[in-house]
Design a protein around this ligand. Structure first.
Ligand code: SF4
Length: 367
């Protein structure tokens, strides 16, 4: 076993070659990410902070590195540790999260921080099993934290790793069925030691070299072991089952303004999509327009249709008709509604689009 080291003791000969090549490549090419302790710093004994790893992993779900980086810094500046986040009002977390989408993640962020502070004395547990018991931590995130923060030999499969492994082994089964295969094959190359660095080496290889389109196989440290490359079909993996079309939902929102140029916002119910966030009052979102839209309006007023906005959620496409009016005399807001200046409200993206349309129309009316 010429290649065997402490890191790769558990692997076959070809697994060892791949693991070592990737770790070596990572040592020279690791991306410099704000939440990461890179290979050079690790050599000097620096260790990742589990709070940083957890926060970045939750933020990176469904969101790109470029979007997350500044937002991560802002979260960390405001809540430098898990106890500080646990003590913050949920409202503040949701406000800070605005624009990152998938708001259930923000609510779980707070619940998880509270659970770590209360049940674990402010320290994240270090096993996949215990991590999975925390709110918002599923299979992937538990493995990522166990590997990256605690160097446990957890097999981490994110989108980049899925692509690299399915190419390395030319896995013909389409996703999502291939997920089990991909995890099994990944385990064949996963070293027991430096598991976190190894996970990040695969993530970086996927982001920098083994890209979805036009992978740079000529610059790849594991091309000699890559089955997809040998077949000349790198780009055709991973195979994907044909996509189902997302259903369409329709609704209407109402921008009611007062003489102070404030707009009427209401807090959405805690449970459900965009739960706990501010939004414009409106109708339910259904698969067809249900009768008179103004039934969802906050007041009987002279509503003017401004146009519509569209937004894509994970499971459906949404089109919202946007209406605007001035508040009629004697209008009284309900308990969950507030008059606020539009630019001061942290809104989810879909509502931001509707408010921007209303503000634009108002401005053009004034000109
Ligand atoms: Fe990806 Fe090409 Fe490397 Fe294979 S050889 S892992 S397809 S970059």
């Amino acid at each position: 076993m010429a290649f065997e080291t402490r890191e790769t003791k558990n692997l076959s000969h070809s697994g060892i070659k791949i693991a070592r090549a990737l770790l070596r490549w990572y040592g020279k090419n690791a991306r410099d990410l704000p939440w990461r302790i890179g290979p050079a710093a690790r050599k000097t004994g620096a260790a990742p902070d589990p709070y940083h790893v957890w926060l970045s992993e939750i933020m990176l779900q469904q969101t790109t590195v470029a979007t997350v980086a500044p937002r991560y810094a802002a979260f960390l500046a405001r809540w430098p540790n898990v106890k500080a986040m646990a003590a913050a009002p949920m409202e503040d977390i949701l406000g800070q999260w605005a624009g990152l989408g998938y708001y259930a993640r923000a609510r779980n962020l707070h619940r998880c921080a509270a659970a770590v502070a209360a049940a674990h004395g402010g320290k994240f547990p270090d096993t996949e099993e215990a991590l999975r018991k925390l709110p918002g931590i599923g299979e992937y995130t538990a493995a990522a934290i166990a590997a990256i923060a605690f160097d446990k030999p957890a097999v981490v499969i994110d989108g980049n790793i899925e692509r690299v492994v399915s190419r390395l082994f030319a896995i013909e089964t389409p996703l999502p069925t291939a997920k089990t295969d991909i995890k099994m094959r990944a385990a064949e190359i996963w070293p027991r030691k430096r598991s976190g660095d190894f996970a990040q080496s695969l993530m970086d290889l996927g982001a920098l070299v083994c890209k979805p389109r036009a992978p740079l196989c000529g610059a790849c440290p594991v091309s000699s072991a890559c089955e997809a490359y040998a077949l000349g079909r790198s780009e055709t993996f991973p195979k994907k089952a044909p996509k189902k079309q997302k259903p369409q939902r329709l609704g209407a929102v109402f921008a009611l303004s007062n003489s102070k140029d404030e707009m009427l916002f209401e807090r959405r119910p805690e449970k459900g999509l965009l739960g706990g966030m501010f939004g414009l009052p409106g109708t339910a979102w259904t698969d067809k327009h249900d009768g008179d839209a103004s039934a969802g309006a906050p007041a009987a007023a002279r509503w003017r249709r401004l146009g519509d906005i569209t937004h894509i959620f994970t499971h459906f496409h949404l089109t919202l008709d946007v209406y605007a009016a001035r508040a009629p005399k004697g209008f009284r807001r309900s308990m969950n509604q507030q008059w606020l200046a539009p630019k001061e409200v942290r809104l989810p993206t879909v509502m931001k689009k509707a408010v921007e349309l209303a503000v634009r129309s108002e401005r053009s009316d004034d000109e």
